[in-house]
Design a protein around this ligand. Sequence first.
Ligand code: SAM
Length: 294
Amino acid sequence: MHKDIATPIRTKAILEKYGFSFKKSLGQNFLIDTNILRNIVDYAGLSKESGAIEIGPGIGALTEQLAKVSKKVVSFEIDQRLLPILEDTLSPYDNVKIIHQDVLKANVNEVAAEEFEGISDVMVVANLPYYVTTPIIMKLLEEGLPIRGIVVMLQKEVADRISAKPGTKEYGSLSIAIQYYTEAETVMIVPKTVFMPQPNVDSAVIRLTKREKPLVEVKDEAFFFTVTRASFAQRRKTIQNNLTSQLPKGKEKKEALLAALNRAGIDPGRRGETLSIEEFSRLSDELYADFHGE
Ligand code: SAM
């Protein structure tokens, strides 16, 4: 049996063998704790019938643990220098496919359809590059991938915003966008010491379980997200003031805005952070006729 990749000794040996230097700009903080990795993989609930999509394999620490418990792993890596290393470290596993691509530019749906033929249970599992956590998660959700959910390591501060409830200072348009598609929970807080090099921020693991259908039904999804973003444009402002400055102006618009708030049963003096997702859906539906597409 070979040793796991995710130990300080083996990781150092691999990095030295290849003269690899970390690129901060690519969010390269590798995990060196096998127990943490096993926990992450456990939260994904994979079986030998499952597929796993990984973003950023690094030197293969998480990829290896995923390969052990699932049927197939497909992993996107942007950094070409890691390809020969991965070929070496993952050589004991014949169920891993590394794709050299920026995940934000990749057609993940097409790749999943090709690589996971006959596999119905697919999860995204990753230790994300922290400079692009939000765009990656939003891309995976908005493109409607056929996945059961997402288990990822990210900045604790972002995890807090994603799973935040109304009335808290972390609650905002990101909480709403992600909770619209998924049930979000923070499952682990992770110390800096399990990374090489150690990141400057605290980390957490979140699990996002896709809903059968979005949390609320809205007339127009894009407009719903426009209204939520507009409502948090300046957190200290009231919903009326934020919407007045963010939505199109013009004669009659003030009356139309107040009438829509009234029909939705929302006091114009409230702040965005106090509105539930249901209230935002009512509000965006009431604003739709007078404010969309201008
Ligand atoms: N999975 C490894 C681990 O846990 O040790 C490495 C995780 S490291 C935080 C993030 C990885 O994502 C790095 O390997 C980095 O090169 C890669 N990466 C950064 N930006 C990327 C992008 N846009 N698309 C794909 N991979 C990316």
